[in-house]
Design a binder for this molecule. Structure first.
Ligand SMILES: Nc1nc2c(c(=O)[nH]1)N[C@H]1C(S)=C(S)[C@@H](COP(=O)(O)O)O[C@H]1N2
Ligand SMILES: [Mo]
Length: 328
């Protein structure tokens, strides 16, 4: 397996750079790579944030060579971010409701105090992580990624979080571990949608280990410089920007390293419609609709969907042996 997880992405993305440049942080943070844990809590303190909730997309234009570099590596999209208001009010999260515009309200009282993320299976050092412990092994960074739902709508989302590779390195996967299985919390009291048969619960997802170790693969614990809100998968959710949105499992309680390809919620629900890989591909239509174009939320008109959602240069090598006309 090609080891692309050790590239120096982190060194070129000191959080101070983008948090300082952006207007929604009033307080500056320590510059450079020496990021004290204390400053993490400052970024995550909503009272220190200016309110950016509006329907206006947030423009971004690279002004420095460092920013050009982030764009070239796929860590930041040079397209306007979708407004915070839209990101917070147009969601898929069936544990609460299947109505996208109603998720925010249905999830607003979801409490995540004392959350534990268990990492087990084929690892040398199984353990669980609180969100603070996750931030301690890898200081939060920002990633501005396209998000393309299989339903043919899309957003650009400024996430905050940690590369999944850093978590996996900490638990030391065994040589025969080949996949990572993910699981959402199962608690029908706190997640009333789980009292319905909308899906089989808990929601489960999976990645091949090399996909999981890819430097773009991300565990988000925040967005727009704030703690991740319930409707977007608090306190920690997966983000795999070159795959359809359903791979981005929310409110994760468990990661298990396994030898065989794990089951996933949507392929279990409709195997003919949703595959394990689910790589964004404008040339392979969903059985019931075209995937050639998409509706960017907040825009009029449609955009052409990009191969691997615009991350082809970064991820195509992972699929050299895969027939891309079949694995959607
Ligand atoms: N646990 C869980 N994770 C989930 C879902 C869900 O219903 N339950 N929906 C998925 C789908 S279909 C999409 S498009 C994205 C939506 O993420 P967002 O609401 O933060 O934009 O979350 C994904 N993760
Ligand atoms: Mo989706």
């Amino acid at each position: 397996m090609r080891d692309i997880s050790k590239t120096s992405y982190d060194e070129i993305t000191p959080p101070a750079v983008y948090f300082n440049r952006r207007s929604f942080l009033r307080t500056g943070v320590a510059a450079g790579t020496a990021i004290a844990t204390a400053s993490v809590y400052r970024w995550f303190n909503p009272s220190k944030m200016t309110d950016v909730a509006s329907t206006q997309a947030v423009e971004f234009e690279a002004t420095t060579e460092a920013e050009e570099e982030l764009i070239a590596r796929g860590l930041r999209v040079n397209e306007p971010s979708t407004s915070e208001l839209n990101i917070l009010n147009y969601n898929n999260f069936y544990e609460f409701t299947t109505q996208k515009e109603a998720v925010a309200r249905a999830a607003k009282d979801f409490k995540t105090d004392g959350w534990q993320l268990v990492v087990d299976g084929m690892v040398n050092k199984p353990r669980s992580f609180t969100i603070d412990e996750l931030h301690a092994i890898s200081p939060p960074q920002e990633r501005v990624y396209r998000m393309r739902c299989v339903e043919a709508w899309s957003m650009v989302i400024p996430w905050v979080g940690v590369p999944l590779a850093h978590l996996l390195e900490a638990v030391e996967p065994m040589a025969n571990a080949k996949y990572v299985a993910f699981e959402t919390l199962f608690d029908p009291v706190r997640m009333p949608g789980q009292k319905t048969a909308a899906l089989e619960w808990p929601y489960i997802e999976g990645l091949r280990l090399d996909e999981a170790m890819h430097p773009l693969t991300f565990l988000a614990t925040g967005l727009y410089g704030k703690t991740l809100p319930p409707q977007d998968g608090a306190p920690v959710r997966l983000v795999v920007p070159w795959k359809y949105g359903f791979k981005g499992i929310k409110s994760i309680v468990r990661l298990t390293l396994v030898a065989d390809q794990p089951k996933t919620s949507w392929s279990r629900y409709a195997p003919r419609e949703y595959g394990f890989y689910a790589n964004v591909n404008p040339n392979v239509d969903h059985p019931r609709w075209s995937q050639a174009t998409e509706q960017r939320i907040g825009e009029s008109g449609r955009r052409r969907t990009l191969m691997f959602n615009g991350y082809e240069e970064q991820v195509a090598d992972l699929y050299a042996d895969l027939d891309l006309s079949k694995h959607f």
